[in-house]
Write a protein that binds this ligand. Structure first.
Ligand code: NDP
Length: 316
């Protein structure tokens, strides 16, 4: 059998690259030494934010599968892929608990100001008096923008904190015991903490905007563990600078990994570097799903996790 050639378009964990190298000939997008190699490439592997567009796909006429390392896949032009008969897979589910854990960490850090208090102790400021009082999290109102796999894992944890949970999504979920609001703005007006966990992409672009921050108000906090693109970032920065909202906890940004100095200089934010799924265990499980989707495709068996747009597509 001819060796299978694939293209890696993102920096991936070494353990995944090693496993890919064991099974395939792997080309690195930064070092294509032989221009004809692209014509032999039948699979692309990369992170969900990496741009895989019509133009890139046109360079690789034989690509059959794009295996994304991540739950989100907003960088992939799925419609262009489907037009060319390419199936797209991702790695949902295995990261739900980690993302939910980090979301709770941000909620607690933002409300109780743990990083700021840590800096206060280290700076020796305690001798001048106690740290300011903070915002109570238990029993506060949490508004979820998105209540899918990860959103429900967050809601489960927040319920254990006696938080009152409400949400907005594309459709109400009658089977869940949470109150539905038809928009992020309507939801924001009713809650203490607004938490975004929707996919990125055109339908959610900048859905958390100036109006939503005004509705959340000066005692409200915003948490984003979804994608930087769902937020109008200049509006968020202004809302934080002008105290239109009380604070924010952010794992994702528009300009990552180069984060705007305006965000970095704010004192009312807690920032993490897009690490919500970043544990050894979960990144290994995600890598295993990337590999399982590739091998299922090449063996002609059922793909474990195609993206919703590709479910039901005949792939062989
Ligand atoms: P799901 O598809 O299970 O859930 C998505 C939720 O968002 C659903 O409730 C859906 O509504 C809602 N939604 C989708 N589009 C819209 C819209 N236009 N307006 C309002 N609500 C919308 O996804 P997951 O929970 O698995 O993942 C969500 C996202 O989290 C990923 O796409 C990714 O971007 C991000 N993520 C971030 C990570 C990080 O490291 N920070 C790690 C992993 C994921 P409905 O239920 O009605 O369909």
């Amino acid at each position: 059998m001819e060796p299978i050639e694939i293209l890696r378009v993102s920096n991936l964990h070494t353990f995944l690259i090693d496993d890919l190298n064991k099974a395939y000939i792997v080309h690195d997008h930064n070092h294509i030494n032989e221009p004809d190699a692209l014509k032999r490439v039948v699979a692309i592997v990369g992170e969900g934010e990496t741009k895989i567009d019509r133009k890139l796909l046109a360079l690789m006429p034989n690509v059959k599968i794009i295996s994304v390392f991540g739950a989100g896949y907003e960088g992939v032009d799925v419609h262009a892929a489907i037009e060319r008969g390419i199936v797209v897979t991702h790695t949902p589910g295995v990261l739900n608990n980690d993302v939910a854990d980090l979301a709770m960490g941000l909620l607690i850090s933002v409300s109780r100001q743990i990083p700021q208090a840590d800096r206060f102790v280290r700076a020796g400021d305690w001798v001048d008096g106690p740290y300011d009082l903070t915002k109570k999290l238990s029993a506060a109102k949490l508004g979820m923008v998105g209540l899918g796999r990860i959103g429900q894992a967050i809601a489960k944890r927040a319920s254990a904190f006696d938080m009152k949970i409400s949400y907005t999504a594309r459709t109400p979920k009658a089977e869940l015991p949470y109150l539905y609001y038809p928009s992020a703005k309507a939801l924001a007006a009713e809650v203490d903490f607004l938490l975004a966990i929707v996919p990125g992409g055109p339908t959610t672009k900048a859905m958390i905007n100036k109006e939503v921050f005004e509705a959340l108000g000066p005692k409200g906090y915003f948490i984003n563990v979804s994608s930087g693109s769902v937020v109008d970032q200049p509006a968020l920065i202004k809302a934080l600078q002008d105290k239109v909202i009380a604070g924010a906890g952010l794992d994702v940004y528009n300009d990552e990994p180069r984060i705007s100095p305006e965000i970095r200089h704010l004192s009312n934010v807690v920032l993490t570097p897009h690490m919500a799924s970043g544990t050894f265990e979960t990144r290994r499980a995600m890598a295993d799903l990337v590999l399982a989707n590739l091998s299922a495709y090449f063996e002609g068996t059922k793909l474990p996790t195609p993206v919703p747009e590709c479910q039901g597509l005949i792939t062989k």
